[in-house]
Design a protein around this ligand. Sequence first.
Ligand code: SAH
Ligand code: SF4
Ligand code: F3S
Length: 438
Amino acid sequence: MKSYFIITFGCQMNEHDSEVLAGMLEAKGFVAADSMEEASIILLNTCCVRETAENKVFSLLGRLRQRKMAHPDLIIGVCGCMPQQKNMASRIARLFSYVDLVFGTHNAHQLPELLDRVANSKKTVQEIWPASRGISEGHPAKRKDSVRAWVTITYGCNNFCTYCIVPFVRGRERSRKQEDIKAEVAELAGEGYKEIVLLGQNVNSYGKDLEGGRDFASLLQCLEGINGLERIRYMTSHPRDFNDGLISTIAGLQKVCEHFHLPVQAGSNRILKKMNRGYTREQYLDLIRKIRSAVPQQSITTDIMVGFPGEDDSDFNDTVDLIKLARFDSAYTFVYNARPGTPAADIKEQVPEAVKKDRIQTLIKLQNQISLEKNREEIGRCQDVLVEGESKKKPGLLYGRSRGNKIVLFPCTRNLRGKIVSVRITESRLAHLSGEMV
Ligand code: SAH
Ligand code: SF4
Ligand code: F3S
């Protein structure tokens, strides 16, 4: 039996792309392998947002050399964002000549026919499209989870934040048709999925390229009515496009969760401008103030970066100050990494690595403190928890997420997977809450 194993790097968009690749492989007669060692095809779905992500791929490819020598029939494929960069596909083929197939983000749907080409080729098959030729619908995903399902609503990004490689490797923003999204979500609800996560690099600019004024707010409204579906989440929203109308739509919809992931990136207006983010710190703080007053018991999370070129002590202090004012429930913190081909990579005044390290440590310490305090505020409250299963580390405990996207653990011996239960929070930690079912 031919079997496949996909290793995914990067964001949830990529995770979900891997589910679609898995669906295509299953339609071609492959089955999922339990481990990389057992697989007859290994696919690496790659990320290039930071150099560390790329290095992981290079080192895994290096380790696969021996496997390929011992098993010449093994097929190794590399896809996703990395090969979509200039000259990267040929570089991979040159450095790792035993790789059988390299393809990009715009032609991922070609996987079945590309595998046929691999069978007839001695050299690495390389097929990269420089730009999208339209959204390819109708590829059923083989999903990993049975409670929460990811649904892509937009591909690509038009924002061109000056540090970011994503618009170069994912292309221009394309929105799926509202009807196609609705049909997919209705099917998922029919299969028993309780929660969907709408995915895009900037979900709240959904629909700008569609006719008929169907924007993100109208998409949420149309999905709210789907029977069986309990929760709607979305990732990622851009502060610039989060307007008052969207806040009031979300406040009025019962299924849309009270979790706002709004990457701020920096707290200094000078740096925000250089990043091309399209808002000031004052506008950002105003936005979260509005959200907090319109949506009770919300949680707000963010992405923040240190060490953007030219960031001096006073810029960094502005970021520290913004974190103190915003009081995020949690934050993903990143050290700026120059990506070849992006405008910021060409700025001369790059911040020394030691300074970046210092700054990220300060940020993490401060944010952890605030996250702990925010989680402590949850003690005594009741949370609706959508149960995902039994904790692997702590048998006898079930785990799930609150509407604010916090992990909640509670003791229970029944199988409540997929059920929503009310849990009174009794304890809080940095990364989870614990409580008892009421
Ligand atoms: N579209 C989303 C996420 C993009 S990538 C958004 O706009 O927020 C996820 C995060 O990676 C970004 O929010 C940013 O904080 C970080 N990131 C992007 N490019 C980076 C770079 N060159 N160096 C370090 N972090 C980066
Ligand atoms: Fe990158 Fe900015 Fe687009 Fe996010 S919005 S993917 S950070 S360019
Ligand atoms: Fe990485 Fe591509 Fe996502 S570069 S973060 S996998 S869009």
